[in-house]
Design a protein around this ligand. Structure first.
Ligand code: AMP
Ligand code: MG
Length: 380
């Protein structure tokens, strides 16, 4: 188990930030060079503590166990999701009580009498994570937030709001593969801060001896960084130059159009690399891949196309941009984070390490879509 707060993390000056911070003192603009510094420290602490929960749940309920995976009320995903979200919401609520939170998980199920066991587990895990390794100035009593409506904000433009995805990539989490604890701050439809915790990402891509567990952090206009889950070793992104050019894509076949991505990769001589969760954005931002491509899966049979959710892309998108990359939807349009919980017509995403490559990928997608369409249209 990683140490939650390494002594070096005191340099982050976390102490002052767990008290209630009046709204008038919070950043709404990007003009100051240290804009959102308070929010950044709170978000890093929240993500780090939520990662402690997900690692504990994995070790207790997933590793070497198959008996709990099938039961809905004891599923590690259910327990981990609720507990990690409770930790993040509690910390945000303490520091920024007026900020709405947009997240996937409602806590309705926790209220049901039949879920007493689940509730007790969640409370115990979250309480432990909130109280372990306290440093000066952190609270011993946080007043755990298990509010039913917490996280259910509808999103929208002209507001300051947080997005939370406590376990992004649930399949990866269960496999012991990649998953991500994701937090972002959106102000007036623009993502200004993204923090992503990836307990299973290697600290150095080429050196397994350095161990696993990273937090990725980006603030608009201030660059992107990777720190270890222990809180040490901030490295500016990108920092790794791969020999091969990889195209990152979903591991989950239902989430993306794999054949179309294959056409694009073949044309651009890219090697496909499947991975769960927003860890894909993190690998791209640090230079491990050239492109992250997400294309809407086929809607054959009249199925409505899936509408992407803001919490699945807000943190990752700012990370890529602040690392010097570019992200748009698959038609080259900007991503829209002010429409509500969903992203409307932003279907499919193209993220690249540089601008020139981005243009080439968008053009290749058009050609691939044309070919796909021609092949699927019956000949007369
Ligand atoms: P990934 O691991 O990149 O495939 O993405 C995981 C995220 O995909 C989850 O957090 C879901 O919110 C989202 N998701 C769920 N269903 C779909 C779908 N049909 N198409 C695209 N994304 C989806
Ligand atoms: Mg998600």
């Amino acid at each position: 188990m990683f140490k939650l707060l390494h002594p070096a993390s005191k340099h982050l000056n976390i102490q002052a930030h767990f008290r209630y911070i009046p709204r008038r003192l919070l950043s709404m603009s990007l003009t100051s060079p240290d804009a959102f510094s308070v929010e950044k420290q709170v978000a890093i602490a929240a993500v780090r503590r939520a990662c402690l929960v997900t690692c504990t749940v994995f070790n207790q309920l997933v590793r070497d166990r198959t008996d709990t995976l099938e039961k809905e009320d004891e599923s590690p995903v259910t327990v981990g999701d609720y507990a990690a979200q409770a930790v993040i919401n509690t910390i945000l609520r303490n520091a920024f009580p007026e900020d709405p939170i947009v997240g996937e998980e409602g806590a309705d199920a926790l209220r049901q009498v039949s879920n007493t066991r689940l509730r007790e587990r969640v409370v115990s895990l979250a309480t432990n994570a909130l109280q372990e390794d306290l440093i000066d100035g952190e609270k011993a009593q946080w007043g755990l937030v298990l509010n039913t409506n917490e996280g259910n904000d509808k999103g929208g433009p002209n507001k300051r709001m947080w997005t939370v995805d406590p376990i992004d990539g649930t399949k990866g989490f269960l496999r012991g593969g990649q998953y991500a604890v994701c937090l972002s701050l959106i102000v007036n439809s623009q993502v200004v801060l993204g923090v992503i915790g990836c307990p299973n990402i290697q600290i150095h891509p080429a050196n397994p001896d350095e161990g696993k567990g990273c937090i990725f952090v980006a603030v608009r206009g201030q660059g992107a960084f990777q720190i270890a889950l222990s809180g040490t070793g901030a490295i500016k992104l990108p920092y790794f130059l791969p020999e091969k050019s990889y195209v990152l894509q979903s591991e989950e076949l239902k989430h993306t159009n794999i054949p179309l991505i294959r056409r694009v990769s073949d044309e651009l001589h890219l090697t496909e690399w499947g991975m769960d969760s927003q860890a894909k954005y993190c690998c791209l931002a640090r230079g491990e891949g050239a492109v992250y491509l997400r294309m809407p899966a086929s809607t054959v049979g009249g199925k409505r196309p899936y509408e992407e959710r803001i919490w699945d892309h807000a943190p990752g998108s700012i990370l890529v941009e602040e690392a010097g990359g570019k992200i748009t939807d698959s038609e080259g349009a900007p991503l829209r984070f002010g429409l509500g919980r969903g992203m409307g017509e932003n279907r499919g995403f193209v993220a690249t390490v540089d601008e020139e490559l981005h243009g080439r990928v968008v053009s290749a997608i058009k050609r691939a879509q044309f070919t796909e369409h021609a092949e699927n249209t019956p000949q007369r």
